[in-house]
Design a protein around this ligand. Structure first.
Ligand SMILES: NC(=O)c1ccc[n+]([C@@H]2O[C@H](COP(=O)([O-])OP(=O)(O)OC[C@H]3O[C@@H](n4cnc5c(N)ncnc54)[C@H](OP(=O)(O)O)[C@@H]3O)[C@@H](O)[C@H]2O)c1
Length: 261
């Protein structure tokens, strides 16, 4: 009898932080990986590590998800390797701090392209595989920043509100099927995120380690009926809930005071 092929997980943003940790956890669970980001050296090193530690085979896809062809390129490379995808984690993303009026328009466009457009298109392109899988998983990494407007990181917070909305809607569209869809909203974590953002001014909320954050994701996915979204950390959950219930002016005043200067 032919051996069952190993399941395959595609992870964007696999070269750093939360994406790297997701790749490690899937490898530990017996998955092969498709590792997506721009930095090939990081992805090659991770592929070697996963082969050694978990006998996982990784396909490295060097793609710039700010490029409008990025998601289609990933899908083409997945198909060219004859892979059927069982899990997709969209973790690639970045933020920018500062007054919107001063933001570089090209960086604004790239932020929306990576955080919103690429995440959406890659979800769409790989969803048929995920639906066909006996154990399909779609995790989109949102943020506690998506639960209220974010003065001084307005675009970032808006992109994460979109990720949350899209992902929760997809959860409902696939409710009752085998596919598990989850919006994961971490609070601040020690990754390269704040280097990329050029500041730690919006390191707001309960800081958790990357392994703790990814633990929450897998514990949630392992539930018999996983919810559409999860916020990591009790304090972050309480804050996000309060921000949603409070009058908008109050939420904005508090958010401004925490993030503004
Ligand atoms: N750290 C936090 O405090 C925090 C909190 C809430 C939510 N999040 C979210 O968590 C996700 C992961 O962030 P992280 O904390 O792990 O940050 P990170 O360490 O900076 O990792 C970001 C990842 O995104 C990839 N990426 C960025 N721009 C890209 C592009 N144009 N094309 C392809 N890949 C790109 C990076 O890879 P390359 O540079 O190699 O391309 C890297 O692998 C993001 O969506 C972020 O918004 C983070």
């Amino acid at each position: 009898m032919a051996a069952h092929p190993r399941p395959v997980a595609v992870v964007t943003g696999a070269s750093s932080g939360i994406g790297t940790e997701f790749a490690r956890r899937f490898a530990a669970r017996g998955y092969d990986l498709v590792l997506v980001a721009r930095r090939r050296d990081r992805l090659d090193a991770l592929a070697d590590e996963l082969a050694t530690s978990h006998a996982a085979t990784s396909t490295v896809v060097v793609a710039d998800l700010a490029d409008p062809d990025g998601p289609a390129q990933v899908a083409r490379e997945v198909a060219a390797h004859g892979l059927l995808v069982d899990a997709l984690v969209n973790s690639a993303g970045f933020g920018t701090y500062g007054p919107f009026v001063d933001e570089d328009p090209a960086r604004v466009a790239a932020e929306i392209q990576v955080n919103v457009t690429a995440l959406t298109l890659l979800s769409r392109l790989l969803l048929p595989d995920l639906v066909a899988s006996r154990r399909g998983i779609l995790v989109n990494v949102a943020s506690t920043a998506g639960y209220q407007p974010g003065p001084w990181f307005a675009v970032y917070a808006a992109t994460k509100a979109y990720v949350l909305s899209l992902t929760e809607a997809l959860w409902a569209e696939h409710r009752g099927s085998r596919l598990r869809v989850l919006a994961l909203s971490p609070g601040p974590a020690e990754t390269e995120f704040f280097d990329a953002a050029g500041t730690d001014r919006f390191r707001i909320g309960q800081v958790m380690t990357v392994p703790q954050i990814v633990d929450v994701a897998f514990r949630t996915l392992d539930r018999r009926t996983p919810p559409p979204s999860v916020i990591t950390g009790l304090r972050n959950r309480v804050t996000a809930g309060a921000a949603r219930l409070a009058p908008t002016r109050l939420t904005l005043r508090v958010a401004s005071r925490l993030a503004g200067d």
